[in-house]
Ligand binder design. Structure first.
Ligand code: GMT
Length: 375
């Protein structure tokens, strides 16, 4: 099949999932075309099965806002025609499903029919998409998609609750490619990060308010009162600076390392003992899954789709949003005992394997085939 994938190319989970999906499809000999404004960060391999088409938006002084949707739908029309694309798969409803639908309609005028699969990822539904200014367009483009998927049962329920949806929504969870994980690092250079007796606690995100970065710092503050520990903060976003300030105020600046965005997630997780994800909302929690496949237990909230990923008392623990004391207690409980920590690490890996890519990719392929058959 020839599949066009539209996604955000940045460090967010939706772009990561779209990119890993494309790479996996290409390995299975499908021809994959990424269409977005920048080469996706996890896409470092272009070959005869993986193509990248950049969407550029010419600027014009008359426009206060440059029309990305227009440029994207035009690029979709051109690419779909040129490469004879069979299926269009858009990740994140805003504005991708909207632009995809426009492209589909333009192509229909020329007698070309391309089914569109829309995957809902989270904030496109729970945070941004249901704003009254966007809601009618988001509802419309979800309902006009040929197939709609959501990354968790929780996100499906949220979508049906928040929007007037006439389409069936299929749950296809996010996935992880265990074979690609370098779990066999013999030397992950842990000693560059911490002393042997120190526990390493990690947080990875885009540092938006929804991630409750202050809670990450507070939980770590409680941990380091009980045992020698370091906190690794990976990612960039608006909450980075305030978090650095808070670490200074609390006098823990020397115990916290801010990495910025990194392409070495596996390496960082390789020397991590615990992952913190105290989010306000999380449709799935791909970062938690990435931690777990690297044998890192997860202390998280119990919001959204996280309970579908982090098994409470097995791969880590869950608490109510904002319950820093409970999350701190649970973190300390796991970290203070070597045997318990080892048990949680092994369990985290086993739980993550439930989302192995080998189980999930066939679901997408089946979906593409049925969308194609219905054309
Ligand atoms: O978490 C973010 O802010 C980024 C966002 C994205 O679109 O990249 O992540 C969402 O999609 C991920 C991949 O499906 C999920 O793992 C995240 O849980 C989800 N984020 C939220 O729901 C807040």
């Amino acid at each position: 099949m020839k599949i066009a994938i539209v996604c955000y190319p940045t460090f967010g989970g939706s772009g990561v999932v779209a990119t890993e999906l494309g790479i996996a499809l290409a390995k299975l000999n499908h021809e994959v075309h990424f269409i977005t404004y920048k080469q996706p960060v996890r896409l470092n391999l272009l070959n005869s099965n993986i193509h990248f088409h950049e969407v550029t938006v010419p600027t014009y002084p008359l426009f206060h806002y440059q029309p990305y949707e227009l440029a994207l739908s035009s690029k979709l029309v051109d690419t779909i025609k040129k490469y004879k694309i069979d299926v269009l798969h858009v990740h994140y409803a805003i504005p991708h499903a909207y632009a995809g639908y426009m492209a589909k309609k333009m192509l229909e005028e020329e007698g070309i029919y391309v089914p569109m699969v829309t995957t809902l990822h989270g904030t496109d539904i729970t945070l941004v998409g249901n704003h009254p200014f966007y809601k009618p367009a988001v509802t419309f483009s979800i309902n006009k998609s040929d197939i709609v998927t959501s990354v968790s049962r929780s996100l499906k329920a949220d979508t049906l609750r928040l929007f007037d949806i006439s389409k069936d929504i299929q749950v296809v969870p996010n996935f992880i490619d265990a074979s690609q994980r370098k779990t066999s690092f013999t030397d992950c250079q842990r000693d560059l990060m911490a002393d042997p007796e120190e526990r390493i606690v990690t947080h990875i995100s885009n540092f938006r308010a929804v991630k409750r970065i202050t809670d990450v710092v507070d939980i770590f503050y409680n941990i380091q009162k009980k045992m020698p520990a370091k906190l690794l903060m990976v990612g960039e976003g608006p909450e980075c600076k305030p978090a650095e300030e808070k670490c200074k105020e609390l006098g823990i600046k020397d115990k916290v390392i801010f990495f910025g965005n990194s392409n070495e997630i596996d390496k960082i997780l390789c020397f991590s003992d615990l992952f913190l994800l105290p989010s306000e909302r999380e449709s799935f929690g791909l970062a938690a899954l990435e931690a777990m496949i690297n044998k890192v237990p997860v202390i998280s909230t119990n919001t959204g789709g996280i309970p579908e990923v982090n098994n409470d008392g097995v791969s880590g623990y869950m608490s109510n949003v904002g319950d820093v004391d409970n999350m701190s207690e649970n973190a300390i409980k796991i970290l203070e005992n070597e045997d318990r920590l080892e048990g949680f690490k092994e369990n985290a890996y086993k739980e993550a394997m439930k989302f192995d890519i080998g189980r999930i990719i066939p679901l997408y392929i089946k979906m593409y085939e049925s969308a194609l058959a219905a054309v």
